[in-house]
Structures are given as structure tokens and as C-alpha cells.
Write a protein that binds this ligand. Sequence first.
Ligand code: GTP
Ligand code: MG
Length: 309
Amino acid sequence: MTDQSLSPESGETPTHAGFVAIVGKPNVGKSTLLNAFLNTKVAPTSPRPQTTRRGVRGIYSTDTQQIVFVDTPGLHKPKDALGKYMNQEVQSALADVDAILWVVDLRHPPTEEDELVARQVRDLPKPLFLIGNKTDAAKYPDEAMQLYRALLEGRTSETHERMLSAQNSPQAVAALREQVLDTLPENPFFFPRGSASDQTREQWAAEIIREEAMKKLREELPYAIATRVTNWTEREDGLQRIEAELIVEKNAHKGMVIGAGGKMLREIGQAARKQLEVFLNRKIFLGLEVIVIPGWREDEEALRELGYE
Ligand SMILES: Nc1nc2c(ncn2[C@@H]2O[C@H](COP(=O)(O)OP(=O)(O)OP(=O)(O)O)[C@@H](O)[C@H]2O)c(=O)[nH]1
Ligand SMILES: [Mg+2]
């Protein structure tokens, strides 16, 4: 039933609302697209694959329509319990949503991982949008698009296509958003108008810190890091004091994250603080600590404790 506190007006106008999953293999630009849809930073993005771990929801509302975008981790062959959790996030998003955006990278032809995604979405009886991303950097976008399209051969349900640059073409992103709005079923709003995400501010800030750590660390380390905010207080003069932990798997990793003379941790902290200040429009004090939870990526209980459940 319509919850009056959530519906825009108690008048006659019917509202349309729905969940829309953004899926695809790692690193194709799903989270960048989500942030572009909302004109703000809801989800972490980085040049490294498997940046997104959790199905983050980003909400876009007009007076009478609401899209709840569900950003998902890149579908891949999982190597550990964390990877399995990430793929389950994709499966549950696909099962629950009203429409699907399948994002592909037009700089390259499809790979096995794209085929894996195609098999998951091809026969779902929901509107599907094939989004060819990174047109700004693609040499043969039309040829690539054709190869991705071929992976959907035999599909019988509603299908749309778009080629765009999530990073550089706000107009194309807005046009796509309009088209997605048109597919929404009649429903009351799921979230209050004005909310941009279902994350708490602590979860969001922890993701920004993890994004900066992922960008700066090398080799296996970006994947062996989790982050959590342990304390957030506001001083009388408005300064926000945020304390957070970077969790690593081994003592040896701890030293690498801290770096010589604390340099690496300082750089991560400065970059994260700058981002947080831009988005919160406030002065921030960010205190970071590195702690070890041995083998957390394989430890179901630790995963739950870190919010991967
Ligand atoms: N040139 C170009 N790069 C882009 C575009 N969209 C995203 N990128 C870059 O692609 C990389 C991956 O972007 P993300 O948004 O993190 O990709 P994702 O699909 O969410 O990745 P996972 O969460 O790891 O699955 C980042 O370096 C982005 O800056 C685009 O339109 N053009
Ligand atoms: Mg992502």
C-alpha cells in the first residue's frame, strides 16, 4: 500500500518507481555510470577491476518517478569467499529488479567474462539495456557493439541499446536515464524523495577511503583491504572528526599500507579527506589506523562483520 510519508503528494497522480540493476564484468564503468546518473558520488570507482564489492543503491527521483539503481560488483570467476559473496550480490540484484542495464567496454571485443554476463541476462523477461561505454576512448565502437549485441542472439524480451561515455557525456547519460524512467512500473516510492543512497554516511565514507587505498596500493594489496568507519563526531565549530580502520590480512601487509615513515597511509588519508571534504562541503579530520584480521577474505564471520553479508 502507498505509504503517504513516502509518496510525493497525496493527490491523484500515480507514481512510477522501480529497481534497475547495473551489471557487467569488472572495470567497464558501472559505478561511474551510477554516479553520472545521480550527479554525485555514491559508489567508489577506480582503474582496478573488482572495485565494487557490495550492491550499492543510488536513488534518482522526479516528482512522480523514482529509479533505484543497484550498482553491482563486476561478475567474475571468484577466487575466495569475498568473490563468491560479490557474485551473489549480482545474482540477487538480477532476481529482484524491474530492468537491467548491462554495461560493456567498447574499447575491446567481448571476453569470456562478458559471455558469462550475457548468459545471465539474455533470457530474463525484463527490459534490458545494452550500454556500450567508453565511446570517448574506443577506436571501433560500432564493430565492438555488434559483437556484444551478438551475445544476446535469441533474446525475445524488450531490449534497448545505447553507446555513450559515462565519464564524458552527461547529456547521453541523462537521455538514457529518461528512457529508463519510461520502463518503470506503477509503484509507490521506495525511498523518501531527496535520498541519494541506501548507505549510511559511515559506509559511504569507508568506501571513499577504500577507493583511495585501492588506487594507491599495488599488486594483491588493493584486494586484501577492507575499510570501516569506527567513529564520527562533530565538533562545535563544525569540524567533522572521522576515525576509520584499514583492515589487512597479514602483518606484512600492515607495513606496506603504512609505508616508509608512514608515507603511504598519509597519502591515502590526504586523498580520502579531500574527497570527503568536497562531497560533505565541510572541514574533515580523518584519522586512519591499520589493523590485521588474519585471512579475512576467507573468513565468513569476518566478512559479515565487515558488512559483506
Ligand atoms: N575513458 C573512459 N573511462 C571510463 C569511462 N567510464 C569509466 N571509466 C573508467 O573505467 C575505470 C573503471 O570504472 P568503474 O566505474 O570503477 O568500473 P566498474 O564497472 O564499476 O568496476 P568494478 O566495480 O570493479 O566492477 C575507471 O578508471 C573509470 O574512470 C568512460 O566513459 N570513458
Ligand atoms: Mg564498480
